[in-house]
Design a binder for this molecule. Structure first.
Ligand code: GCB
Length: 600
């Protein structure tokens, strides 16, 4: 799916700004043929939750409505016009001038619809109904319940089966873009590098719609010089002396695709891409043939006021802070991030593990690993969950959206699912197969494992190209005892390495809740001293394990969660506060990461 972009043949109109908003009290049906009786203002893109002083709005479970009007410039009316949502969380019904024009479920991927037939001259009224409800059929997974209040009215309740606030709304840009009626629908690029002679072949497919006489593809380098050209919808353009996209040293080419009719260019799209090679071999994660070491983070899209909404200044700052520390990567825990962030990572040379919103696929919880080690251990996760269809859709839409990004080096198919329970392999095998079938660049796939999913209990290890562990020894297990944590960390990593000598191993989460400004002479948990000791302990062990290919700590910054006795206005495992002020440990990690090269 192409990102909306202005070119010689395309115009983009941005519908960001202040919309009208209301929560649906479900007392009288909303009449979409008339303007909404909505009196509140709500900025788009952003989550709705933190934009008002109302607790009712912040904690609302159910439906909300957004509306705004726009006029379509007459000079564009002859073009094909497409309304596009960067995301609408979690389910959307879109009406234009009172007609339902599209519906989409899944809160973290874009969708679009042609609007020519529903546009009117003068003012157009765009209305969006959103649901923020989650259940056993959706990603992420929520425990959903309906009860009745004293007056017999339905009360919807949602208990998120995950550790982040259920922000919702029109969280990413809403745009209208134009194309001609015959147009470029999609571009798929699969550059193949020859590392020995520094050449590459840019393979690809151009998908078009309508009457097309010819398609011409031109590759431009960063100096705007033409380095290759071809005609036809299938390309294989050879490039010599190629500039590789490298972590921290991004080099981006542009593929200018032109569609001809009667000797004239009628549609142009410019796709930016990088040339690099990803491989997993003999326990190493190779980027451009060299063993790469991941230094970085699990993150969230989470900010004051914006909630999970796109904040480009915050994205720019986050990557700058990462680079300053010598970090080189992050995982889009626990959902695909905005397209704007992915483009920025391409530009900045930040390496990304791209994750679907598959979080909460675990319906029981115990730290008693011995119970889980029984061959036939089965909880009710795979019997009760009905998420397979949503999961297939999420994988399909994520890969469709992100397939050309040089920054994306691996897909994460789930976070902390009940891999220890019978039925897990049968659930996941088709999903890993699907990701591998869909990805034209054949990136490695992984899924991150929770502490109870061990070498003995994990039924899905054979599926993952990289072993990705989320571990909290010294925090959730043996809180405060870093000596025991060190032993457990070491023993477990060495055991994985011995059993799977060809699979790279990395930590995709490890951390300790830390209240900024809390200090202790006794290095107690929650103090800044403890956080630093914890990370020093982990680093010591990591450095001993040959096949250990990366450390992505939890979390880049403090973030908002649902209520819970372990959460004080959110999760405090950030090494930065939510406002991006450093905790003490940032100095230690900066010094460590600046001294670990990206490649070893
Ligand atoms: C995890 C989850 C993450 C939580 C984290 C924690 O394992 O993947 O979503 O926020 O632990 O801090 O408990």
């Amino acid at each position: 799916m192409l990102y909306p972009m202005e070119t010689a043949s395309r115009v983009v109109l941005d519908l960001s700004g202040v919309w009208r908003f209301m929560i649906d009290k479900e007392q009288i049906p909303v009449d979409v043929t008339r303007p909404l009786p909505a009196t509140l203002s709500m900025a788009v893109p952003a989550s709705f939750n933190d934009q008002t002083a109302s607790k009712e709005i912040r904690e609302h479970v159910g439906y909300v409505w957004y509306e705004r009007c726009f006029e379509m410039p007459q000079l564009l009316r002859q073009e094909r016009l497409v309304l596009r949502f960067g995301s609408a969380t979690h389910e959307a019904w879109v009406y234009l001038n009172g007609h339902l024009i599209t519906h989409h479920k899944g809160g973290f991927t874009p969708f679009e619809v042609e609007i020519n037939d529903d546009l009117v001259t003068g003012e157009n009224r765009l209305t969006v109904k959103l649901s923020n409800m989650l259940d056993y059929t959706t990603l992420p997974v929520g425990h959903y319940k309906e009860t009745q209040n004293e007056t017999g009215q339905r009360v919807r309740q949602l208990d998120e089966n995950f550790d982040f606030f259920n922000y919702a709304g029109l969280q990413r840009p809403v745009k209208i873009y134009s194309t001609p009626h015959s147009y470029i629908r999609d571009i798929t690029l699969t550059p193949k590098v020859n590392l020995t002679n520094h050449s590459a072949v840019v393979n690809g497919e151009i998908e078009t719609v309508g009457d097309v006489e010819q398609v011409v593809v031109t590759i431009l380098d960063e100096d705007n010089q033409v380095v290759g050209t071809t005609s036809g919808k299938t390309l294989a353009i050879e490039l010599n002396s190629v500039h590789l996209w490298q972590p921290g040293k991004a080099y981006l080419y542009r593929a200018k695709v032109e569609l001809y009719q009667a000797g004239q260019v009628i549609d142009t799209y410019i796709e930016t891409f990088g040339i690099r090679q990803i491989a997993v071999k003999a326990g190493k994660f190779l980027i451009n043939g060299q063993p790469f070491y991941f230094k970085g983070f699990g993150k969230h899209e989470d900010a004051y006021i914006h909630g999970r909404g796109l904040s480009e200044p915050q994205n720019v700052l986050d990557l700058s802070l990462m680079k300053q520390m010598g970090a080189n990567s992050f995982r889009t825990s626990h959902y695909p991030y905005s397209e704007e962030m992915m483009r920025l990572c391409d530009r900045e040379g930040i390496v990304v593990i791209d994750e679907v919103p598959a979080v909460g696929l675990m319906l029981s919880f115990t730290f008693d690993v011995s119970a889980l080690e029984k061959d036939d251990f089965e909880d009710d996760t795979w019997e009760k969950l009905r998420t397979a269809e949503a999961h297939r859709q999420a994988i399909t839409e994520m890969i469709d959206r992100d397939k050309n990004h040089a920054s994306v080096v691996m897909w994460s198919i789930s976070n902390e699912a009940a891999n220890f329970s019978k039925g897990a392999y049968e659930y996941f095998k088709p999903l890993f197969d699907l990701a591998r079938k869909l990805d034209p660049q054949q990136r490695p796939c992984t899924s991150t494992s929770i502490m109870m999913t061990t070498l003995k209990t994990d039924r899905c290890l054979a599926l993952a190209d990289v072993i990705a562990l989320n571990r909290y020894y010294g925090w959730y297990m043996g809180n405060g005892d870093l000596k025991a944590a060190e032993t457990a960390t070491r023993e477990e990593l060495l055991a994985y390495q011995a059993k799977f000598p060809d699979k790279p191993i990395m930590y995709t989460e490890y951390g300790a809740d830390t209240i900024a400004g809390l200090h202790s002479n006794y290095d107690e948990p929650f103090s800044e001293e403890f956080q630093e000791d914890y990370y020093r302990m982990c680093s010591r062990v990591f450095d001993e394990v040959t096949n250990f290919v990366g450390e992505q700590l939890w979390n880049f910054a403090d973030f908002q969660t649902k209520f819970g006795i372990q959460r004080v206005q959110g999760n405090k495992k950030g090494i930065f506060t939510r406002a991006r002020e450093p905790k003490m440990v940032v100095r230690y990690l900066t010094q460590r990461w600046r001294n670990i090269p990206d490649f070893n």
